[in-house]
Ligand binder design. Structure first.
Ligand code: PXL
Length: 275
């Protein structure tokens, strides 16, 4: 019998803004992987730059959804979580992972960037996110999130030693592997660190002066797509980095597209990288 891989991704629907589910669903599907979704919340737009957005928290729906899936004997080859709607929701997400995930739990603790938490989150949420990360097989924080998760002071410039101590703290707290994004030691480079208790890998690439919103979600989704295609964590991290850079190159200079990256024309190049 053919067992197709099926990923469940749990994150919000920002109706407009090119992040979270509207990015994860097309990218993972383009990688040839069946993608099931559990929306954590529905927002009219994302929260970074738009004012007056609506926010409907879907926490209450989650236990009934899990119950129905259990009844239907539905399970997933992996669960990938992103921006979640509430602290209580994190408990429901853990239950879904425990009962319905047959493979890896991949957690993007999407909650902060550039030294600051996103508007919807507070310290209580950070504490709860720590517990989800400690149970994950792979976590994909940026440096800001890694600092919040480990109680480390955020720095804009840092040494290899600082990064190694950050990743060690994350591994010590329970995550089996860490993919740390946005790590650059010189002004014109950035990159990604992949490590577990046995190895440490660094992939460096060009850094653009302009940052683009939503690149964390594009990166994590491409990582999941590549990883579910059988790529190693290192290779998936590199493929996702190259894809994200191409998406940025396709977006920078288009000021009307300040809210997200134009990833769609780049999907073919991601598919080509998987072969
Ligand atoms: O890209 C992360 C993200 C996802 N979802 C929502 C957001 C953000 C970042 O600001 O606001 C709703």
């Amino acid at each position: 019998m053919i067992m197709n891989k099926k990923v469940l991704t749990i994150q919000d629907i920002s109706c407009v803004g090119q992040c979270s589910l509207t990015v994860a669903l097309p990218i993972i599907s383009a990688c040839g992987i069946e993608t099931c979704v559990l929306p954590s919340a529905v927002l009219s737009t994302h929260t970074a730059g738009f004012k007056g957005f609506t926010f409907r928290d879907l926490t209450e729906d989650m236990p009934a959804i899990e119950k129905h899936w259990k009844k239907e004997k539905i399970s997933f080859s992996a669960v990938y979580t992103g921006y979640l709607g509430s602290t209580l929701q994190i408990d429901y997400v853990k239950s879904i992972i425990k009962h319905l995930c047959k493979g890896k739990a991949i957690v993007d603790p999407a909650m902060a960037d550039n030294g600051k938490l996103y508007p919807a989150f507070d310290e209580e949420y950070v504490e709860k996110m720590k517990t989800l990360c400690s149970e994950a097989d792979i976590i994909l924080p940026n440096i800001t999130e890694a600092c919040y998760l480990t109680g480390t002071q955020y720095k804009e410039t840092y040494t290899v030693r600082y990064i190694k101590s950050l990743t060690k703290k994350l591994l010590d707290s329970g995550a089996k592997a860490v993919v740390l994004t946005g790590v650059g030691y010189t002004p014109d480079t950035t990159g990604v660190v992949v490590c577990d208790n046995e190895h440490f890998y660094y992939y460096k690439h060009h850094k653009y002066e302009q940052s683009c919103h939503g690149t964390g979600d594009v990166y994590a989704s491409a990582f999941v797509g590549a990883y579910m295609n059988g790529k190693s964590v290192d290779d998936a991290a590199r493929i996702a980095a190259d894809f994200t850079v191409r998406c940025m190159e396709n977006t920078i200079g288009d000021d009307s597209h300040w809210y997200g990256v134009k990833f769609e024309p780049m999907l073919k190049s991601l598919i080509d990288d998987l072969s």
